[in-house]
Design a protein around this ligand. Structure first.
Ligand SMILES: Cc1ncc(COP(=O)(O)O)c(C=O)c1O
Length: 375
């Protein structure tokens, strides 16, 4: 079975490095290697001593220990260090699924979560997140109806890209109860964990909550280090872990040594990096509130409660055509949400970058000119 185009990444490959005003990216403001080393109090000389041989396939034990320490009940042996977070999606879905297995995927979703599932399984059920007047909601009755004895895996992502939704603790517990009742595995993408800015408390990790969980995380979003390509899976179950490690030998064999070194330094100051991203998101969201209040006839704003992005309704016939036009005519980059399984009247905004205020102001000026021209 052929795989669908990875529309979001194709779009960013085309526009991200040539469009000046980025308003939709999901990563948070980054730092340099020098800044990271300085913040973590690690010398450049030590970095220079990193040897560039093959590394341990499952990941450096010291780094795995540091990752495990960010959870409550996880041990180093349950952690697999990846060569990028997105690799973890491919490995997990390949290792877990056979063509006849049923999978439930929360949608909209980061393309890989849907597309790789559909590439491997013939029975992917889409569990849609539901818009409300002021935000988003999970339809747990729908999930209960979808789960059945043939369901192998439920795929979720909390905090959620692209809506910025975060379930309550009781909703999260219900998902786990539903999975446990039928012995279903839960793949929980927690790439945006640590960015709970809307008042709702952080959820426990699925890795600390469910024996049949597979958790994906990494340093790209919350920590603002996407160029490091540092990610990991946490898998309490030994058999599943070994199956995934086997798949990993076919993709990247082992993590990059410089990345492992820097990831260890980053985890040492993980809290500081996450706070930095949260502060920036909060500031940018204040500007966004004013912007959307001003343009409420054009946008349908549902404020995010966690993560770095929001899914925003837009009054155009095709958000996809609009976004391409906007990038080319105004140098402003929004993301059409159809790429992630939404309808063509939604776009994604991202709030993690320091350039957000100037990009938003540029877009505001463009909108005023465009509206004036329309009379
Ligand atoms: C929900 C989700 N999972 C995984 C990834 C992959 O992360 P990375 O690009 O750092 O590999 C992304 C990236 O946008 C994402 O949004």
């Amino acid at each position: 079975m052929k795989i669908q185009p990875f529309a979001t990444e194709q779009y960013y490959a085309r526009y991200e490095f040539s469009t000046p005003h980025l308003l939709s990216v999901s990563d948070c403001e980054t730092i340099s290697i020098g800044e990271l080393l300085q913040m973590a109090n690690v010398s450049l000389e030590k970095m220079g001593q990193v040897r560039l041989g093959y590394t341990e396939s499952q990941g450096n034990p010291v780094l795995r220990e540091a990752v495990a320490n960010t959870y409550d009940k996880v041990s180093a042996e349950q952690v697999i260090i990846l060569t990028s977070p997105v690799e973890g999606i491919y490995l997990t879905l390949q290792a877990m699924l056979e063509p006849e297995d049923e999978v439930i995927v929360l949608v909209p979703a980061y393309d890989a979560l849907i597309n790789v599932a559909e590439h491997v399984s013939r029975h992917v059920q889409r569990w849609e997140i539901v818009p409300t007047a002021t935000g988003w909601q999970l339809d747990l009755d729908k999930l209960a109806a979808l789960v059945n004895p043939k369901t192998k895996l439920i795929v979720v992502n909390f905090p959620h890209n692209p809506t910025g939704y975060l379930p309550t603790r009781s909703q999260f517990d219900t998902i786990i109860e539903l999975a446990r009742k039928e012995g279903v595995w839960l793949f929980c993408d927690e790439m945006y964990r640590g960015l709970e800015h809307g008042g709702r408390p952080q959820l426990p990790s699925a890795a600390d909550s469910y024996e049949r969980s597979i958790v994906l995380s990494g340093l790209s979003k919350t920590h603002g280090l996407p160029g490091l390509r540092a990610g990991w899976l946490v898998i309490p179950d030994e058999e599943v872990r070994q199956a995934i490690i086997n798949w990993k030998h076919y993709t990247t064999i082992c993590p990059a040594a410089p990345t492992e070194f820097l990831a260890l330094a980053a985890l040492d100051i993980g809290e500081e990096l996450a706070q930095r991203s949260q502060t920036l998101i909060r500031q940018n969201l204040q500007l966004a509130e004013t912007f959307f209040a001003q343009w409420q006839d054009f946008f349908n704003w549902r404020p995010p409660i966690a993560g770095s992005v929001a899914l925003v309704g837009i009054d155009v016939t095709s958000a996809t055509s609009y976004c391409h036009h906007l990038a080319q005519a105004a140098g402003v980059l929004l993301l059409p949400a159809t790429f992630m399984g939404s309808d063509d009247q939604h776009v994604r905004f991202g709030f993690g970058r320091r350039s957000f205020p100037s990009a938003l102001s540029h877009y505001d000026t463009y909108l005023k000119q465009a509206m004036a021209m329309m009379g």
